[in-house]
Design a protein around this ligand. Sequence first.
Ligand code: GTP
Ligand code: MG
Length: 459
Amino acid sequence: MTKLRVYELAKQLGISSKKLITILEDLDVTVKNHMSTIDEDTAKLVIELIEEESGKGKKKSAQSYDTKKSEITSTKTEDNNKNERKVITIPRKISVKDLGVLMGIEPVKIIKKLMDYGLMVNINAEIDFESAKKLASEFEFDVTEEKEDGQDLLIKEESDDPKDLKPRPPVVTVMGHVDHGKTSLLDAIRQTSVTKQEAGGITQHIGASEVEVNGKKIVFLDTPGHEAFTAMRARGAKVTDIAILVVAADDGVMPQTVEAVNHAKAAGVPIIVAINKIDKPAANPDRIKQQLADYGLIPEEWGGDTIFVNVSAKAKTGIDQLLEMVLLVAEMSELKANYNCKARGVIIEAKLDKGRGPIATVLVQRGTLRVGDGIVAGTSYGKVRALFNSRGKRIKAAGPSMPVEVLGLSEVPTAGDILIAVSSEKEAKSIAEEQKNLQKEPEYNTPKKISLNRLFEKL
Ligand code: GTP
Ligand code: MG
């Protein structure tokens, strides 16, 4: 069955998406926003309704809504009585809520099923195509994948002249279940000791660091494994070129391991599996490989294409091999960026320092950020007063893939906000003010979220 996005149908009908959503609500069809999809039958009913409305005036149309409502309900009942499997078309990732709408099944039932798989999610959580397919199949639906065309309406991406593009270091996110050794592994890589400084050894934020291997830079982002940080990890996956999935060899695949796999897959990020804690007597790397094969991560020696490396963060074994694999995957990705333009980056984390004011950790993704640049991130603006690299050394400029601490913003920005450099502080201020005014508008929230997501996907 053909699927249409709300905005596409609205455009065809010459009405606003908002109006169309109201009409759909009257028909008891719940859609999330203008990017949501509706099926052909519903679209036809809406078209009929609008035609009637324009022909016969408002009073009649109120009755029509009820008639149409019952038509939809009766179609649904008929469908349910047929014992054949229905086909739904879904995008590469879909929220639990949207999937529920598409299948006509209460989200709570979907959430319950996901719990059976060991996934704790809420109604807004996004699940990847493979999981959605498996899930839909349990509800007697077949699934086809939607083509991702026309999704980037809201973003005008600046394009780079290919001659301006130069290689940039890979950004690697370390993901995995709580306590499986993500931070320890990074410690081993950096030969420092971050875990010892952490409260209770639990990572509370995304830490960024840079290392140099054989003269090549690699940027690492550490992520917390606690389930409350799902949203942050989702964000991590989108600024990421490569994901290292850490699985403790004595513990195996756990709920947050699966979540991490789903996030990385949804973002189209290559995964390298680091089987950690192989120094432990109970370590069983083969069991991990078997478990991960169920999620589509098949080791090369079994005919798949996922790289697995056995490591011990404690005994510092396998680290060189892991780094070699990171460089190999990075090389294949041919990562490039423009260094010669105004900077744009993502706020990785931000805090208020008593003495120094708002401090933001920014991952520069494009261009070069310099001391003195006007900057804006959401409603926060200012001028770069100082830049510090991941070792706390003061620097004058930061190019693509570089994580830097930025001083000089007017307020603490939100993690996930995009930071852009502009010609002057004055310009930065006026953009920030515009953003503030925009936030006051009632319609602001939905489009903002979408545009931000799209932006992440583009980066
Ligand atoms: P969160 O940030 O809380 O998600 O945890 P994490 O994944 O960063 O784990 P962390 O590095 O804090 O390590 C958790 C525990 O496992 C610590 O007690 C580490 O000492 C221990 N550990 C980590 N790697 C190894 C290893 O290779 N071998 C052994 N035996 N223990 C390890
Ligand atoms: Mg940690």
